[in-house]
Design a protein around this ligand. Structure first.
Ligand SMILES: Cc1cc2nc3c(=O)[nH]c(=O)nc-3n(C[C@H](O)[C@H](O)[C@H](O)COP(=O)(O)OP(=O)(O)OC[C@H]3O[C@@H](n4cnc5c(N)ncnc54)[C@H](O)[C@@H]3O)c2cc1C
Ligand SMILES: NC(=O)C1=CN([C@@H]2O[C@H](COP(=O)(O)OP(=O)(O)OC[C@H]3O[C@@H](n4cnc5c(N)ncnc54)[C@H](OP(=O)(O)O)[C@@H]3O)[C@@H](O)[C@H]2O)C=CC1
Ligand SMILES: CC(C)=CCC[C@@H](C)[C@H]1CC[C@@]2(C)C3=C(CC[C@]12C)[C@@]1(C)CC[C@H](O)C(C)(C)[C@@H]1CC3
Length: 509
């Protein structure tokens, strides 16, 4: 790790920065909360009608034909620049704006926003890539199904979760988002439409190729082709999660409890939160029909007047006692949305105050995309210097070591701990042990006075976060064997940038 150079700001600039940071809530409350509500209501009504009219499956063919035509036109016009999606930088769920988009041919995938079909026999759902997590849970839960993995923030998209990556507390059982995918429909660089999927015993060259492509897509950030639909596994669910909180008093106890619960086959969800290096809580959840056996009460944490989830958890750790309660399933899935993990406290410092919650909590949270769109450059610079955003995926036995590094270098709490199962299969994220290994996502998000640039860390880094790696460090972390082969086979080198050129610091503002 190396220290970041302090930028030379004069006293006036610092004051402007400080005022913008401290009083951003005025703008957020007056403009962004109502705008977010209008935006979400519009999409809710639109999706409702599309669902009722059942028009999405018919429209899908037309949308795909349009994308194929755009790619063919790019081929015919001499392949002057490389291609990327036309999704605007401000609407993506990462801190940075992708600079690379300006100089590329943008292929419009923005209309791919619908759920296409549910197959209750095969237990799958077919969706377009711009479908969001909030949209999926709203659709599936009333039917008694859920995705095995629902990454927290409502606006995360299926395309982002597959081409980037997605983790959630059920990862202990199901792995990462890519591991619940059954098939990808892709428009390739030559304008052809292919379906990449897993074959038990690929028998033809075509099947072998599609099998390999299936493993190559996750983490490739749209540098192999355009995803136009994905078939995802679904599982039956129940209306509540029975959640038990185990407070821990040392890092060793946290690691041991997290491992024990993550390896317990009866658990559906396991997640940890560290509030200081030693003090934390492990939460284990199981599907449930509610408090029929008097083992706890219902806590509707998603209601507008309820405290932010992580503060509720912290209060429970202070009692030092094991606690059990029942949380409605959808509210559990989106438990970190209302407070944007713990980021909203920097933006609306009194957002968790009981009066604010009762009066305006129903409009929260502001949409991340609108927050991003309206972040002035001055504030971006401040976040650049003082804000840490890191998700490190490390084997669970490295947890202690990783926390010690984060504690020494940035000391930001809470820290999010999300165990997930990493199978030994090919792809960019690769462990070659031949068996599945329990990993943990160590998520560090927040303002710090001690910001350092994380360069040498063992494990895998999620690429939406702050990355300062060189090209060689990047390819030391990720496995390029399938990726390079697919890039050559499908003429991607001329059509798309290399994944490093999309995620490195220079490519993002
Ligand atoms: C010069 C060159 C030529 C190539 N030619 C071809 C080719 O003709 N056809 C082709 O398909 N690929 C080809 N590839 C890609 C090749 O499949 C990958 O590079 C290779 O998979 C990585 O090598 P590996 O020894 O680590 O094998 P692995 O990646 O471990 O495994 C080989 C294949 O087995 C399957 N597999 C392995 N583990 C699992 C698992 N847990 N679950 C399900 N499936 C699994 C995957 O499909 C994988 O592609 C080529 C690569 C190179 C560099
Ligand atoms: N719980 C979790 O796991 C969380 C995960 N995240 C991270 O947030 C990131 C951003 O999410 P989100 O805003 O939804 O996604 P983005 O729009 O940021 O997409 C991420 C990448 O995937 C590519 N991509 C997206 N859709 C397609 C498509 N249809 N075809 C080809 N490529 C595509 C994009 O390519 P292009 O550059 O061409 O647009 C981009 O490089 C994710 O990658 C994830 O890692 C963030 C918060 C929580
Ligand atoms: C793997 C997991 C669980 C990741 C969670 C990531 C979140 C904490 C990230 C994703 C998007 C994110 C980077 C964002 C921000 C905070 C951290 C977020 C929410 C904020 C809201 C911080 C304030 C900034 O001014 C700005 C609005 C630009 C960003 C937007 C994106």
């Amino acid at each position: 790790m190396s220290a970041k150079e302090p930028s030379a700001l004069n006293a006036f600039e610092r004051q402007v920065e400080w005022i913008m940071f401290r009083f951003r809530w005025i703008f957020v409350i007056l403009f962004l909360l109502p705008a977010s509500l209008i935006f979400d209501s519009y999409h809710f009504v639109r999706n409702y009608f599309i669902y009722k009219l059942q028009s999405a499956p018919r429209a899908h063919g037309r949308k795909v034909a349009r994308i194929k035509r755009q790619v063919r036109e790019w081929n015919e016009s001499g392949k002057k620049t490389k291609m990327c999606t036309a999704r605007s930088g401000w609407s993506t769920m990462s801190f940075r704006f992708p600079l690379y988009k300006k100089n590329m041919t943008q292929i419009n995938t923005d209309q791919l926003v619908d759920i296409l079909e549910i197959d209750e026999k095969a237990l799958t759902v077919r969706v377009e890539p711009m479908v969001t997590m909030g949209q999926i849970t709203r659709f599936l839960l009333p039917l008694g199904y859920t995705l095995p993995i629902v990454p927290e923030l409502d606006d995360l998209t299926v395309g982002g979760m597959i081409n980037g990556c997605g983790v959630e507390a059920s990862g202990r059982k199901y792995g990462m988002f890519q591991h619940i995918c059954v098939a990808y429909e892709l428009v390739m660089a030559d304008g052809s439409l292919v379906t990449a999927k897993k074959f038990k015993n690929p028998s033809t060259q075509e099947e072998t190729d599609m099998h390999t492509l299936f493993f190559g897509i996750p983490w490739s950030h749209g540098t192999l082709g355009f995803l136009v639909s994905a078939t995802l596994r679904i599982i039956p669910c129940r209306p509540f999660v029975k959640l038990t909180y185990y407070p821990t008093k040392t890092l060793e106890e946290m690691e041991a409890t997290l491992r024990e619960e993550a390896e317990n086959r009866e658990n559906e969800f396991v997640e940890g939160l560290l509030f200081s290096k030693d003090r934390g809580v492990v939460m284990r959840g199981r599907f449930s029909d509610g408090p029929i056996d008097n083992t706890g009460k219902i806590n509707s944490i998603g209601r507008w007047y309820k405290k932010w989830f992580y503060t509720h958890v912290e209060d429970l750790t202070k009692t030092g006692k094991v606690h059990t309660e029942f949380i409605p399933l959808r509210e559990y899935y989106h438990r970190h949305s209302k407070s944007i993990f713990w980021e909203l406290k920097e933006i609306v410092p009194f957002g968790n105050n009981v009066v604010f919650r009762w009066l305006l909590g129903w409009m929260c949270p502001p949409k991340i995309s609108l927050l991003k769109l309206t972040t002035p450059p001055t504030l971006r610079k401040l976040y650049d210097r003082k804000h840490v955003l890191q998700d490190m995926l490390v084997p669970l036995d490295r947890l202690n070591e990783t926390i010690n590094v984060f504690h020494k270098e940035v000391e930001v709490y809470p820290i999010w701990l999300c165990p997930f199962n990493q199978p030994s299969c090919p792809g960019m994220v690769r462990q070659r042990s031949g068996k599945s290994i329990m990993y943990v996502d160590v998520g560090v998000y927040g303002i710090t006075e001690k910001k350092k640039i994380m360069t040498h860390t063992k494990g895998f880094q999620m690429m939406y976060a702050d990355t300062y790696m060189t090209r060689s460090e990047f390819w030391e972390m990720f496995d390029s064997s399938i990726y390079d082969w697919l890039r050559t086979k499908y003429q991607c080198t001329q059509a798309f940038p290399d994944v490093y050129d999309k995620v490195c610091k220079a490519a993002r503002y």
